[in-house]
Design a binder for this molecule. Sequence first.
Ligand code: HEC
Length: 144
Amino acid sequence: MRRIRHRFAAWAMVFLVIPASAPAAEEMVLSKVMKEQGKSMQLIAGGIAREDYEQVAKASLAVIDPPHPPSTLAEKFRLMSFLGTNVGRFKALDGETKERATDLANAARARNGEATIAAFQRLQTSCLACHTEFRKPFQDHFKP
Ligand code: HEC
């Protein structure tokens, strides 16, 4: 029992990404977060093109901590029941994206163009890794 509660607490801390007391039809917070991630990536690409490293660093930090509405317990359970035993894998992939975004922010702060571009590519690869594994199952489950 203690172990289960501990796991849930860890989960709740990492994934505050599920919608507030919203009707079931409303878009899930995870989907909203992903849209923000897409926007941040566009800002990063635009910043790289103009060598605007402040913009790249700022948008990288937004990838690490994307703005999102608050979540409810009910929605967290929905996501947990979808992920089941894959929770650890999903969290690991999320953690990897955050690490890559941190590297990108550091490269941008150092105003190192080559390193910034390489770090951006590694970040994109980490997004793709999770999409390859989870996007279709997520859509089949929540948007049949
Ligand atoms: C840990 C898993 C995971 C990671 C990491 C991840 N995504 Fe996603 N992403 C998803 C899932 C699941 C969906 C499907 C959501 C849906 O269909 O509403 C998704 C969907 C999206 C979408 C489409 C949203 C829409 O409106 O349909 C975009 C854009 C997106 N992700 C961007 C990113 C970017 C950029 C990154 C990396 C910086 C990233 N994601 C990292 C899981 C992840």
